[in-house]
Write a protein that binds this ligand. Structure first.
Ligand code: NAD
Length: 274
């Protein structure tokens, strides 16, 4: 094999061939971007999240066609510990193993703390924090059996700093950074790593809707909404992309990241450098 063929073979080698990944909240946005990146790297995929049945079937089939990996779907509600346990059990039954767990499902609600609805507090804590406890405890035995595991928690810049009116979200995201460190310490000798990614604003359909909404509400151009409203805290004045987060997750799941565990890595254009 000449050097060029060797280099091509290295590029073609899919880093996660034969691995199986579960990504919570992967029917849209960041979770879907991460699922597609893991599939492109060769991993079989378990999708999860809400949405119309036909749309989810399309996303699942597209991953199989685009990347030649098996993709299944679990409708587990991340507020329900029993459903989470069943999702992990189904993964092991359908795929035979579990290597990469991405805890991504999340929701938001914005209100002053004295007017924050109790049911929103409970839902945000359940989906954005407790679900990662339930998935992790259910997934660890299978990872320990293989002596390999990668847990990637999608936290937020709000896992490191706060903003007003986001009591539940900021509390849950700080909580998941703490959980990440504990899991990293408990698994450090077992070939398992656990890390948190802390994005600033990421361009997703949800954010696009906010741009349109704010532009209409304030009667200002969308460029001004992006720069002065949404990205007010983000010094590079650019959204992170789901592709960037996907590539970072693949890196954290690869052997190159064997020694990286317990970190909370900002992907925020400088926001938390303030
Ligand atoms: P999104 O609304 O596009 O996706 C959220 C996903 O979670 C969807 O698939 C949805 O169906 C799923 N979900 C919601 N409730 C669920 C439940 N009870 N059970 C199962 N699935 C559920 O949002 P996104 O912007 O892609 O956010 C994904 C994650 O990234 C969240 O944890 C969010 O806090 C975090 N994050 C987002 C940004 C951003 O700018 N978009 C920035 C920092 C962190």
């Amino acid at each position: 094999m000449n050097i060029q063929t060797k280099m091509q073979a290295a590029t073609d080698r899919r880093l996660l061939d034969g691995k199986v990944s579960v990504i919570t909240g992967s029917t849209s946005g960041i979770g879907l971007g991460i699922a597609r990146a893991l599939a492109e790297a060769g991993s079989a995929i378990v999708l999860n999240g809400f949405g119309a049945e036909a749309d989810i079937a399309k996303v699942r089939a597209q991953i199989e066609t685009d990347f030649g990996v098996k993709a299944t779907y679990s409708a587990a509600d991340m507020t329900k510990p029993d459903a989470i346990g069943a999702m992990i059990a189904a993964t092991l039954k359908d795929h035979g193993r579990l290597d990469v767990l991405v805890n991504n499902a999340g929701i938001q609600h914005v209100a002053p703390i004295d007017q924050f609805p109790i049911e929103k507090w409970d839902a945000i804590l359940a989906i954005n924090l407790s679900s990662a406890f339930h998935t992790t405890r259910a997934a660890l035995p299978a990872m320990r059996k293989n002596g390999y595991g990668r847990i990637v928690n999608i936290a937020s810049a709000h896992g490191l700093v706060a903003s007003p009116f986001k009591a539940a979200y900021v509390a849950a995201k700080h909580g998941i950074v703490g959980l990440t460190k504990v899991v990293a310490l408990e698994t450090a000798e077992e070939g398992i790593t656990c890390n948190a990614i802390c994005p600033g604003y990421v361009y997703t359909p949800l954010v696009e809707a906010q741009i349109e909404g704010q532009a209409k509400a304030h009667g200002i151009p969308r460029e001004q909404v992006i720069r002065d409203v949404l990205l007010a805290q983000q010094p590079n004045k650019k959204f992170a992309t789901v592709e960037e987060l996907g590539a970072l997750t693949v890196f954290l799941a690869s052997d190159a990241a064997n020694s990286i565990t317990g970190i909370a890595l900002p992907v925020d254009g400088g926001w938390t450098a303030h």
